[in-house]
Design a protein around this ligand. Structure first.
Ligand SMILES: Nc1ncnc2c1ncn2[C@@H]1O[C@H](COP(=O)(O)OP(=O)(O)OP(=O)(O)O)[C@@H](O)[C@H]1O
Ligand SMILES: [Mg+2]
Length: 520
């Protein structure tokens, strides 16, 4: 290794030179230069264009021809290459103009003119190339931002979404490590807590350390809502990078939605410094992540709200069902017994009165059956006492009796009791599915299947009725005031499960609910 190569600058220059020497265009340019120099010194006047008269005839064409390798070198190696080729051309032309040409003043002026035009040519080509490069970079950045934002819509689960986005961002920007902090506004002052991380993160982060607003570059980015950059060369910031072992620079980008900072994206790299284009790109990505976080927050609160309302509705139904059972049903039973006793014991009652008493008792029995049916629908006691299968069996029996449609309950897999909320959800979905069959399907057979899997349970309600065209999104039905299928879907989702409705006109309908359950 030579002395010049031992310094980093020397090494970089030698590397660049080796790279240039390996390119074919360099050797083509060298041959062009050599050829032009030979023509310039060895031939008499060239008469490529015989009609040209002096002064163009006096080697002017050859001098202008030197602009060709200058332009080609600018295209191939940029401004440096163009200026080098121009300098070399002038060095070749000058001796002839000064010492060989019979008209040294004219020849020197021509050479200077070529130098000026050459310089302009290099400038123009360079500007054009830079614009092309900037355009390409802008397109690349747009593609990169699109690739990242595509991840934002892949999942409504916040952690899953952030994980995908962070991985893609590190890829796109070319950073070795990174993490995303989220602002948690608990009861006290808001703090930043680590949500996801990739690459070699500092130990403090891996232990889940929270950062106060305004603390260090990450806290500052969250507080002021601006990008904060730290690099190893900045002596005041060195301690910040200490935790990030081996990193050369760090960038903290706020994740904002409508001026509110919801988190901070942190990127770090052991070698590269982040450029202004990176900052621009990351700010755009940060804005998109901010909006996605806001959406996820709204979605989570909506889910929470739906969960609360459903739970409150179930509690209310349970309370009413119990009250009907404990109070109203008991009162009606007592009333019926008294009427019966009155009829049995009341001597001297006329036949007409006895008949009316029996009629009254019949009415009370009818009301009792109605109240029992209503309370069973509200919340069948079998569901809590005997479980889902018993409640479904009861429901199927009522369906057979009331509508005369053959309704069958099938059980597959190892029967077992499920968590109460799962049993209640599956029961409610089956209830709505059967109500739909009764109201819309005109079917002859209904099959209810419960399949107990290892880690999940499936409920399938099938009919062979008239079917219907299922919309692409079930939630669209809610706007038409049809809430049954949407309600089934929401109930399944509240348990992290899924619901599929398969149907088409004339082909019957199949509703499949799947919920994951731990094997106890
Ligand atoms: N088993 C089925 N067979 C045929 N059509 C059905 C069946 N289930 C649902 N549908 C169709 O899908 C539509 C939406 O059902 P959904 O339960 O959401 O609303 P709905 O039953 O009309 O009203 P509600 O809000 O009272 O339940 C129904 O109006 C009906 O046209
Ligand atoms: Mg319905």
């Amino acid at each position: 290794m030579s002395a010049g190569e031992s310094s980093p600058v020397g090494r970089a220059c030698a590397g660049r030179l080796r790279q240039v020497l390996r390119q074919r265009s360099f050797w083509i340019l060298a041959a062009m230069m050599l050829g032009l120099a030979a023509i310039h010194y060895l031939t008499p006047q060239i008469r490529l264009l015989p009609f040209l008269t002096d002064p163009l005839g006096r080697h002017a064409v050859e001098r202008i021809a030197f602009l060709l390798p200058v332009a080609a070198a600018t295209f191939a190696f940029g401004r440096g290459g163009g200026i080098s080729a121009l300098t070399l051309s002038l060095l070749i032309m000058m001796p002839r103009a000064l010492f060989v040409s019979p008209y040294p003043i004219d020849a020197s002026s021509e050479t200077v003119a070529v130098a000026i035009v050459g310089y302009l040519v290099v400038g123009m080509i360079e500007t054009q190339e830079r614009e092309k490069r900037l355009r390409q970079e802008a397109v690349q950045r747009l593609r990169a931002a699109n690739a990242v934002t595509a991840m934002l819509t892949k999942s409504l689960d916040r952690r899953e979404m952030l994980d995908g986005v962070l991985e893609r961002t590190l890829d796109v920007v070319g950073a070795a490590a990174g993490c995303i902090y989220l602002v948690e506004a608990g009861h006290g002052a808001p703090v930043l807590t680590l949500a996801v991380g990739h690459g070699a993160l500092p130990d403090v982060l891996q232990e889940g350390g929270a950062v106060g607003l305004g603390d260090g570059p990450i806290g500052r980015a969250a507080e002021v809502g601006e990008v904060v950059a730290v690099s190893a060369g900045d002596s005041q910031q060195v301690e910040v990078l200490e935790g990030w072992v081996g990193m050369n620079s760090l960038l903290a980008v706020p994740l904002k939605s409508r001026d509110e900072v919801l988190g901070v994206l942190v990127l770090a790299d052991p070698e590269r410094r982040f450029e202004s284009q990176d900052v621009e790109l990351l700010m755009a990505i940060g804005g998109e992540i901010g909006v996605a976080l806001e959406n996820a927050r709204l979605y989570e609160s909506m889910r929470f709200y739906v969960g609360q309302v459903t739970r409150a509705q179930e509690d209310e139904r349970k309370r009413i069902a119990r009250e009907l059972h404990d109070e109203t049903t008991q009162d009606l039973i007592a009333l019926s017994r008294r009427l019966e006793a009155l009829n049995d014991e009341g001597e001297g009652l006329s036949n007409a009165v006895r008949k009316r008493l029996a009629g009254l008792q019949e009415l009370v029995e009818e009301a009792l059956r109605g109240v029992r049916r209503f309370s069973q629908n509200l919340r069948p006691s079998a569901l809590d006492d005997l479980g889902l299968l018993a409640a479904l069996e009861g429901m199927a029996a009522v369906q057979r009796e009331e509508s005369g449609v053959a309704t069958e309950l099938r059980v597959e897999g190892q029967k077992r009791r499920l968590p109460p909320e799962v049993e209640l959800t599956l029961f409610r979905i089956a209830q709505e599915a059967l109500s739909n069959v009764r109201r819309h399907a005109q079917s002859a057979r209904i099959a209810i299947t419960v399949r107990f899997g290892d880690g999940d349970v499936e409920l399938i309600v099938e009919d062979d009725g008239k079917g219907f065209s299922v919309p692409a999104r079930l939630s669209d039905m809610a706007t038409l005031g049809k809430l049954g299928l949407v309600g089934m879907l929401e109930r399944a989702r509240l348990l992290g499960g899924s619901l599929a409705v398969e149907s088409s006109p004339g082909q019957g309908t199949r509703v499949v609910v799947r919920v994951a359950v731990q094997q106890s």
